[in-house]
Design a protein around this ligand. Sequence first.
Ligand SMILES: [Cu+2]
Length: 235
Amino acid sequence: MQHFARATVIGLALGAVLALSFFVIDITPPRASWEALELDLLFKTYLAIMSIVFSLVLVFLVYSVLVFRRRHAEERGAPFRSNALLERGWLIVTTVLVLVAALDAAIVLDKVFSPRTGYAQPELEVKVTASQWAWQFEYPQYGVRTAQPVLEQQRPVLFRLTSRDVVHSLFVPEFRMKFDALPGMETRMRVVPTALGQFKAVCAEACGLAHTFMAAPVRVVTPDEFQRWLAEQRR
Ligand SMILES: [Cu+2]
């Protein structure tokens, strides 16, 4: 029991350090949307849970190898006995962890796919048509069509995706959101851009020969700049 307690304490301590480090050191790329915050937090929560399980398993393994090793050739180890309490306990703990992770993911998914509320401006609708191998963006509210979309900072965007041929997938890494564009139907993806700058929308579904080059520059600008851009596009 003393060994068990010792290994558990070391395992939990190592797990806690590892888990905390994922919150202190940012291992994900820059964030440029509200969704990125939510999804990165979910990702870090998963890493934290995995850190604790990983550390416990690793410490028990290394501890057993070191402490219970055979010290001389004639030594026979103690007989191996099962421990029902330990087995049931581990089963319950890991089941609870998996359920917590699943519930957390369900809550975050519901949040990022629901219409955004509490923003001054209505959703900016962007119809996205994918084809081999280009993206086409249309703004039905403004009668604008472009291959180089511009978005407004802090204004929720509703991407309405479809495809002319095969399955594509719209992905802006800094937004963390990715969704398939499918022929014959419309899928929806919501994003609230929070950071100004130029990003790259790529295709995240192998869609043929030039898949790698299927990208479009996405610019996030201030509301004033957005109005200017709209006026320019309409001319
Ligand atoms: Cu594609």
